[in-house]
Design a protein around this ligand. Structure first.
Ligand code: EPZ
Length: 422
């Protein structure tokens, strides 16, 4: 298992380019199943999760070809299988995004239920209820969700929770349904808008993506397309959280400030100086960040995917901060790791109480999930002494070339590939 070793305390400054959005790439790659023509996608990040999705699509019979850095071509010839392999789906929940397009195109799908993960049980009940409301017969068989339909008929669907994945799966299932589907209480994340734009670029008729009510008019067929995905707002927010701890300046480039309003507002409350331009944000941290309160919410609220990173940064604030996690039931796995570095944290129900300390001390710690891993890197970069982070495969799922880009900002950071026999 690889590990990351950081010698903390270096001053960081410079510029870093944000990559394509993982959480836009994954549903859009699954959406290629709907197209009868080849789909060329660019600005695709080089991540383990993208490779896993490519394997899932290959297993279904979709040809995946690399056309160049960040550009792939997906061709869904006839003879697509409706069944995704368990050994792949269990490694990445987002594999479940193939269920909607398979049901939409083939009127049948058999997908292993994705396991839970470190941050929660992660059920798919909202997805399955939506498929039934489109006319599918849904059952569970040997750990798989099975959906079949003679035809899909557009319908009004009310989501119990604005689930990102359920909104995306149902948008894709509804593309070929007869008539009009309206998804109410839909998720409003920028990745939903990107998926809607991608589907429309193939000839779908999606409107209202990014609002609580998404309308899909059924069509008969879709063409291929050439589509570039949006930049990763969570990666941008990760670098901004890091930047709040250093004088900098750190210029976070290729980002979309419009998708980060909740984040930049909190950074300014913390006392950071932000220069916000069209596609970059230049951050300068204060001598010491101020304590704040954060509550994670569905977009446009503060993103749950930045909760761990901001928890790490606020360990060094000058007072007590509160962060409440309302989206997932167990997203505090990083708290005990931060305590190992001298942070003063305790958890009350779904709120972590952060009593700011003057410094963190480097220590051997573990990445427990993707964003918690990023939080440990932030803590290590600002801590005194050496921090070793194990299980960095979690970080590889969502951050491309993380170590080299941090080196580019002046970090003393290396990655050690440990052979498995060690
Ligand atoms: C997406 O996951 C993201 N993943 C997550 O990012 C992100 O944290 C999450 O949305 C929330 O923004 C991808 O896009 C690949 P949800 P998703 O359905 O779709 C409950 C990262 O770090 N729920 O919006 O799985 C669920 O348990 C990852 O990049 C149901 O109860 O999230 C959770 O408590 C982590 N039933 C809440 O809704 C359902 O059928 C939000 O889940 C579906 C969800």
């Amino acid at each position: 298992m690889a590990k990351i070793i950081i010698e903390g305390g270096n001053k960081l400054s410079g510029s870093v380019k944000v990559g394509g959005a993982k959480n836009a790439a994954l549903p859009i790659m699954a959406g290629a199943i709907l197209s009868e023509g080849p789909v060329v996608l660019s600005n695709i990040p080089h991540l383990n999760d993208v490779e896993t999705m490519e394997k899932v699509l290959s297993a279904l019979g979709i040809t995946c070809k690399k056309l160049g850095p960040g550009t792939i071509e997906l061709s869904s010839h006839s003879g697509i299988s409706e069944e995704a392999p368990y050994e792949l789906v269990k490694t990445m929940r987002a594999s479940f995004f193939v269920m909607g397009p398979l049901l939409g195109r083939l009127k049948k799908a058999r997908i292993p239920l994705p396991g839970g993960c470190a941050i929660g049980v992660r059920p798919v009940d909202i997805h399955l209820k939506g498929f039934e409301m489109l006319g599918a017969r849904v059952s569970l068989d040997a750990g798989c969700a099975v959906a079949t339909a003679d035809k899909l008929v557009g319908a009004p669907i009310m989501l119990d929770f604005p689930s990102v994945g359920a909104t995306e799966n149902l948008m894709m299932a509804a593309v070929y349904a007869e008539g009009t589907t309206v998804i109410n209480n839909a998720a409003r994340e920028p990745e939903i808008v990107d998926l809607g734009n991608f589907l429309n670029s193939m000839g779908a008729k999606v409107s209202g993506a990014g609002t609580p009510s998404v309308t899909i008019e059924g069509v008969k067929s879709l063409t291929g397309t050439n589509y570039s995905i949006i930049s990763d707002r969570i990666e941008a927010g990760t670098f901004l959280a890091l930047g709040s701890l250093f004088e900098g300046p750190i210029s976070v480039e290729n980002c979309n400030p419009d998708s980060l309003h909740a984040v930049t507002a909190k950074l300014q409350e913390m006392g950071t100086d932000l220069k916000i331009e069209d596609s970059k944000i230049i951050v300068r941290g204060p001598t010491r960040i101020k304590p704040i309160e954060i509550k994670t919410l569905p977009f446009p609220g503060f993103p749950t995917d930045l909760q761990a990173q901001f928890t790490a940064a606020l360990c060094l604030s000058e007072g007590a901060s509160l962060i409440t996690e309302t989206v997932f039931e167990n997203r505090f796995m990083h708290v005990s790791e931060l305590i190992r570095m001298g942070a003063k944290l305790n958890i009350r129900d779904r709120t972590v109480v952060i009593n700011g300390v003057d410094k963190l001390i480097g220590a051997p710690v573990m990445a427990t999930d993707l964003r918690a891993g990023a939080a440990m890197v932030i803590a290590g970069l600002v801590a005194e002494g050496i921090t070793e982070i194990g299980n960095v495969h979690h970080i590889d799922r969502g951050y491309d070339n993380f170590v080299d880009r941090l080196k580019g900002l002046g970090a003393k950071i290396t990655r050690q590939e440990q052979d498995n026999h060690a």
